[in-house]
Design a protein around this ligand. Structure first.
Ligand code: NDP
Length: 290
């Protein structure tokens, strides 16, 4: 099957590689050199221009936000063919994805929101969890494609519901990351060795993805790789906050988490990794993790 893959970032690059094992994959990336490297390394084909992507049976986007997806939709609209399936793997905004689905429906193009979780390592190993919003028929079509990227593929509900649950689950992760950083810092200030503090946490009821996977490398081993931009995480939590507002829901923890992350982003900048919020936790206490 011919698949057009748009967006070869930290996630898209390895995801497109797995699809190329069974499909004829056309790649497009804003910075063309990345597409050329992908073609050279993984046997995909570089699209001459964005319009060429409209010839594929399936179009996949994984871009920073729904705004960039919308811009790509605008550019492809005149070229789209009926029967195409558009899979948006971006962690996007459910309100925008519902509008996008309507716009594409006018061209008889089906749309599913199919954001992913599992980080870059999950994209590399094709072990992502993929949550899909769309009709049962479109879900079945999308699943047949994205099974090459993930182990767990879940139909969440109609269009938009994949994006909704994605931002909610990332908000849970953000709040957990923040409170675990605070408590680990306090443990350090109380003279408890960081290795021991993490070991006890991970053997007890406070354990989480943050304490088991995210923080040990940073707090214990002092390695701070960039794997998921804080800018993306903040965007997810801001979408969750806007959904809460829309629902007239009382979500004080969510609101606090959003303010903490947005404040951290303002201080750390666009290129910071999300786990660097732990540095802000330390800075708020006049110290660091060294
Ligand atoms: P990256 O920042 O690594 O990559 C972003 C991609 O979008 C690049 O290919 C970039 O092109 C392209 N892009 C940026 N702006 C535009 C634009 N205006 N027009 C066209 N293309 C554009 O992001 P990730 O791969 O980390 O994340 C992508 C999505 O996946 C986000 O929604 C994120 O929240 C989500 N996600 C990320 C995870 C992670 O661990 N990284 C995990 C789960 C979900 P260029 O190469 O030119 O910069």
């Amino acid at each position: 099957m011919k698949i057009a893959f748009i967006g070869l970032g930290a996630m898209g690059f390895p995801m497109a590689r797995h699809l190329a094992k069974e499909h004829d994959v056309l790649v497009w990336n804003r910075t063309k050199e990345k597409a050329e490297r992908h073609a050279k390394e993984h046997g995909t084909t570089v699209a001459v221009d964005l319009a060429e992507c409209a010839a594929a049976a399936v179009i996949i986007t994984i871009l920073p936000t729904s705004k960039e997806v919308d811009e790509v939709v605008d550019q492809l609209m005149p070229h789209l063919r009926p029967g195409t399936l558009w899979i948006d793997a971006t962690s996007g905004d459910p309100n925008v994805s519902r509008e996008t689905a309507c716009r594409l429906a006018s061209k008889n193009v089906a749309f599913v929101d199919a954001p992913v979780t599992g980080a870059v390592v999950g994209a590399e190993n094709a072990t992502l969890t993929i949550m899909i919003g769309g009709t049962p028929e479109d879900f079945a079509r999308a699943k047949e494609v994205v099974r090459l990227n993930g182990k767990t593929i879940i139909h969440v509900g109609p269009v938009g519901s994949g994006h909704a649950i994605k931002v909610l689950t990332n908000t849970i992760m953000g709040a957990t990351l923040w409170i675990t950083s605070e408590c680990m810092l306090l443990a350090k200030q109380l003279g408890i060795d960081m290795k021991t503090a993490l070991e006890v946490t991970n053997a007890g009821s406070g354990r989480s993805n943050a304490s088991e996977n995210l923080l040990p490398m940073r707090l214990r081993d002092h390695q701070w790789p960039l794997v998921f931009k804080l800018a993306h995480h903040d965007k997810d939590i801001r979408i969750a906050a806007s959904l809460a507002h829309q629902q007239h829901a009382s979500t004080p923890m969510l609101a606090l988490t959003q303010h903490l992350f947005t404040g951290a982003l303002q201080q750390l900048g666009d290129q910071a990794d999300y786990v660097e919020i732990a540095k802000i936790v330390a800075r708020m206490n006049g110290t660091d993790w060294e």
